[in-house]
Design a protein around this ligand. Structure first.
Ligand SMILES: Cc1cc2nc3c(=O)[nH]c(=O)nc-3n(C[C@H](O)[C@H](O)[C@H](O)COP(=O)(O)O)c2cc1C
Length: 271
């Protein structure tokens, strides 16, 4: 005799079959959409690079505009360019995970909260690559809730800021997420990273409250911890631990000799 539609066995078979069908549909969609997601993430990253350089316009062809920007891979330890990697495909996040192409950071040296740092990173040059109008460097570090990833654009003098932007963070909307508020971001333009005494230590910081002078911007209200995160990552990435050596080569107020002395000191510390 046929089983009733309400029998436990039939209900379980239908429920099980439904689960299988749904999980196949969801996993197929996730796998099929992954390349599209990756493309969109890449487009967003390029848009952010154009935006931080004040080159972005709504409805523009992002790929065409980005093709005008020259990527170069820098050896962070020497501040020199390297041709060891293809700048179009080099992934410095992957390099940071590989012990062969990165170093561990701990204690006072890890002010950005990274644990590991890659030895090489890609910079983006606007204008003539040998004498760029702008140098765009990647920055990252811990905010309150997690890692914040972004870019800073610096004029060809290696010192004057053009802008800052974050393309990935998990800070709270209305508080830490105000790092991407255009009004807060506009304060960065024209600020100086380094004091004019030739020091390789960055002077730029986010103030607690109102910022004053050429090395400070206003703190984010109600988000002191995110503001501190921004200061810490800039103090790290713009120091000789990050792009300090590289940027020193563009600065007029610092001699190459001083940059090399800092190299030697860093090597001695690392030994
Ligand atoms: C739900 C919630 C979300 C918060 N998000 C942030 C944040 O994204 N960034 C931040 O610095 N502080 C955030 N805070 C506040 C911090 O816990 C802390 O109080 C604040 O950073 C202190 O900043 P203030 O001295 O400017 O008030 C959040 C607090 C709450 C309750």
């Amino acid at each position: 005799m046929a089983q009733s539609n309400n029998s436990i066995k039939k209900i379980l078979i239908v429920a099980f079959a439904l689960c299988i069908v749904c999980s196949v549909v969801v996993s197929t969609a996730a796998v099929a959409l992954r390349p599209m997601q990756a493309l969109n993430e890449e487009l967003d990253r390029k848009t952010n690079i154009l935006r931080v350089a004040n080159l972005y316009e709504p409805d523009m062809d992002v790929e065409a505009a980005f093709a005008e920007i020259e990527p170069r891979v820098v050896d962070l330890r020497s501040g020199e360019y390297t041709d060891e990697f293809d700048p179009d495909t080099f992934d410095h996040f992957q390099a940071a995970r590989d012990p062969a192409s990165s170093r561990t950071l701990s204690g006072e040296r890890d002010i950005a909260g990274l644990s590991r740092q890659e030895n090489y990173a890609t910079v983006y040059l606007v204008g003539d690559g040998d004498d760029p109008e702008q140098i765009i460097v990647p920055i990252r570090g811990q905010g309150l809730w997690g890692l914040m990833r972004g870019y800073m654009s610096i004029e060809g003098d290696g010192n004057t800021i053009v802008g800052i932007t974050y393309y990935e963070h998990s800070e709270t909307p209305g508080l830490g997420a105000e790092v991407n508020n255009p009004r807060w971001q506009s304060q960065w333009e024209g600020k100086q990273i380094y004091a004019d005494d030739g020091s390789l230590t960055p002077a730029i910081r986010v103030a607690r409250g109102s910022g004053s002078g050429e090395h400070e911007v206003d703190g984010l209200s109600g988000a002191t911890l995110t503001s501190n995160g921004v200061t810490n990552m800039l103090q790290f990435w713009l120091s000789p631990e990050g792009f300090g050596e590289y940027l020193a080569r563009f600065r007029e107020d610092i001699s190459l000799e001083e940059a090399q002395d800092a190299d030697v000191e860093l090597e001695a510390e690392g030994a």
